[in-house]
Design a protein around this ligand. Structure first.
Ligand code: GLC
Length: 606
């Protein structure tokens, strides 16, 4: 039988003491609601009929590319996912709906007809679907400080998710982040747990509705816990920080990393994903003290705990020991998704149950949670055939207008010497820089493909197109040789996701520094619009431009930049992460948490 390690026991005691004694007063009470009574009885009755194979099928999640026709029925699969960019055919909404309808129908042919859940990462809109509205990434949404707006964005996203027959999304990321060297910094709302918890709860309400089972989908608060708090250099591999070790003391860890999940639970989140990182050397995927003792027992989380992508395979020991350790830590669904790993899990978990290393009680707890969430979602009682009226709403003008409004509200004005901004629409503009005409760079990672949409196309408006449409097209051009009154440089980062975005010293590219220097040498007033997934090192260049606008990763609606630059909308964004002089540097930040300039009231053209 897998035993608790000493560190886990210590953490268990420490965490009980901490959480009992000083859970932040601002944290809403843990979700009291166990499964609705009707579901509890229904689930118990179903569980009593299930074979071990039928139960274990609910505890694994396979990736769509390695599931053959007939596998759902043969292995009683409870859920399937699309990894980043994994889509049928040309990734159109109709192709998605046809795929999920077929998989849902196959699940109904099993002996007990337990419905399948299909999952996909809708990180900023239903981003694995070509044609979906691509909303601003969370780093920008965090600067809006507007829970109602974030809830509206999530609700529109949920409609587009449901319009492809998908039931479950792995969003929002609710943990705080503090080190811009992390490649997932842009997936976080804020550096402060109370802000990321509050905004994460708003996203959960938008995705799921006020309760599971309405027109919403199943949300997933992630990654529990400490994903954005790892210490640089504690990950295998040069210069990586993703999936590293959190070296915080117990009290700080509970207050900063764990507390946001109390807000998620209070918002009714139906699933929580465990993180790749470790906490003072104990991997989260084997951390029974935090996953079971704190999250499930102390915080009374009644939903489903899912692993991250084959994360159990990073644990010490044989695959048998990895399965035993992670399931016994409290993981209910194991995403062992690629190749035929999911079949390894089914075979190995069955062996562990038969040997007594995983108890039937643990299996029943996991399956009961999965079935209860499915029951509360209502999927037992509906045919799970995509509502094609919702499919038609994907990328609708209404959703794109909302995305444009969210982008406007996310921008942070960092510098505006002599009140250069807002500009007159009669001004002659020369627009250069790596991000001026790049949908891929304004959308960032997790767009069409896992690492972003470089070389791929999707519906949207670039920043240059937006400036031309708002101003006088003949007076807005990209040719520095042509006469102009103002130079705008759109600097940007190439898209990235996860560890591929880890960077020792995130800074402006040489291409963009050259563009800023060239603009500066013209003697024209210069505006820099910065597209980035994090605060990057800009201090050496700030004075080369009169105005700097942090636009983060606004998504498909690049026209939002023109709305703010021309003053149709005044910038209201406030930094939700302090902006360091350089990533990893100590000392005062270049711009504090909460910083953000606005326009003089007389200048807003509404
Ligand atoms: C990835 C990410 C996680 C995502 C999952 C499924 O590795 O860590 O955020 O939800 O796999 O794509």
């Amino acid at each position: 039988m897998a035993s608790r390690s000493a560190p886990a026991r210590l953490l268990s005691f420490g965490s009980f003491v901490w959480f009992a004694a000083c859970a932040p007063a601002a944290t809403p009470p843990p979700r009291e609601a166990p499964p609705a009574p009707a579901c509890a009885a229904r689930v118990d009755a179903l569980l009593a009929k299930m074979t071990l194979d039928e139960k274990l099928g609910q505890m694994v999640q396979a990736e769509r590319k390695v599931v053959e026709k007939g596998d759902v029925a043969k292995y009683f699969l409870g859920s399937i996912l699309s990894g980043g960019g994994s889509a049928p055919g040309g990734a159109t909404p109709g192709e998605w709906a046809d795929m999920t309808d077929a998989l849902h129908a196959e699940a109904r042919t099993t002996r007990l007809g337990i419905p399948l859940l299909y999952a996909s990462d809708a990180v900023h809109g239903h981003n694995n679907v070509v044609g979906a509205t691509i909303f601003p990434h969370q780093i920008g949404l965090g600067c809006t400080r507007d829970p109602a707006l974030i809830e509206a964005v999530a609700r529109a996203t949920a409609q587009e998710i449901a319009g492809t027959g998908v039931d479950w999304t792995f969003a929002p990321l609710v943990g705080p982040a503090r080190d811009p060297r992390w490649g997932r910094f842009y997936e976080t709302y804020a550096e402060r747990p109370e802000v990321s918890g509050l905004l994460g709860a708003a996203a959960i309400r938008g995705l799921q509705g006020d309760r599971l089972g309405g027109t919403g989908v199943l949300a997933c608060a992630k990654h529990f816990a400490g994903d954005g708090l790892t210490t640089f250099g504690t990950t295998k591999g040069e210069g990586l920080i993703d999936r590293g070790d959190v070296q915080m003391g117990d009290d700080d860890f509970m207050r900063v990393a764990v507390a946001p999940y109390a807000s998620s639970i209070a918002a009714g989140v139906g699933s929580i994903m465990v993180s790749f990182n470790s906490v003072r050397g104990t991997p989260m995927h084997a951390n029974e003290a935090l996953v079971t003792d704190v999250l499930k027992r102390r915080m009374r989380f009644e939903g489903v705990v899912i692993s991250d992508w084959s994360a159990l395979r990073l644990l010490p020991g044989s695959y048998y020991e990895q399965v035993v350790a992670s399931v016994n830590a409290g993981i209910d669904v194991t995403m062992d998704a690629e190749k035929l790993y999911w079949r390894d899990f089914l075979r190995t978990a069955k062996e562990a149950v038969q040997k007594g290393d995983i108890s039937m009680a643990r299996v029943d707890d996991a399956v009961r949670r999965v079935l209860a969430v499915k029951c509360e979602l209502g999927v037992f009682d509906r045919a799970q055939r995509t509502d094609r009226a919702l499919t038609a709403k994907i990328g609708s003008a209404e959703h794109r207008a909302l995305a444009r409004r969210a982008a406007q509200a996310s921008f942070v004005l960092l510098r505006n010497e002599a009140n250069l901004l807002p500009l007159s629409k009669a001004a002659r503009l020369v627009v250069t820089g790596s991000g001026a005409s790049s949908l891929a760079r304004q959308a960032g990672g997790w767009t069409v493909d896992w690492q972003g949409a470089e070389g791929k196309s999707f519906p949207g408006t670039t920043i240059l197109e937006g400036l031309r449409a708002a101003g006088d097209p003949a007076r807005v051009h990209a040719d520095p040789a042509k006469p102009a009154d103002i130079a705008i440089v759109v600097a940007s980062e190439p898209p990235y996701a996860e560890w591929e975005g880890d960077a020792k010293d995130p800074a402006l590219s040489n291409e963009d520094v050259d563009a800023i220097d060239r603009a500066n040498k013209t003697g024209l007033p210069v505006v820099v619009v910065l597209l980035s997934g994090r605060p990057i090192a800009v201090a050496p260049h700030l004075r080369k431009a009169s105005a700097w606008l942090a636009a983060w990763l606004p998504g498909s609606e690049g026209a939002a930049v023109a709305d703010v630059v021309f003053g149709d909308v005044t910038p209201t964004g406030k930094l939700a992460h302090a902006w360091p002089v350089r990533a990893g540097a100590s000392g005062p930040p270049l711009f504090d948490f909460g910083f953000g300039l606005s326009y003089p009231t007389s200048s807003t053209k509404r």
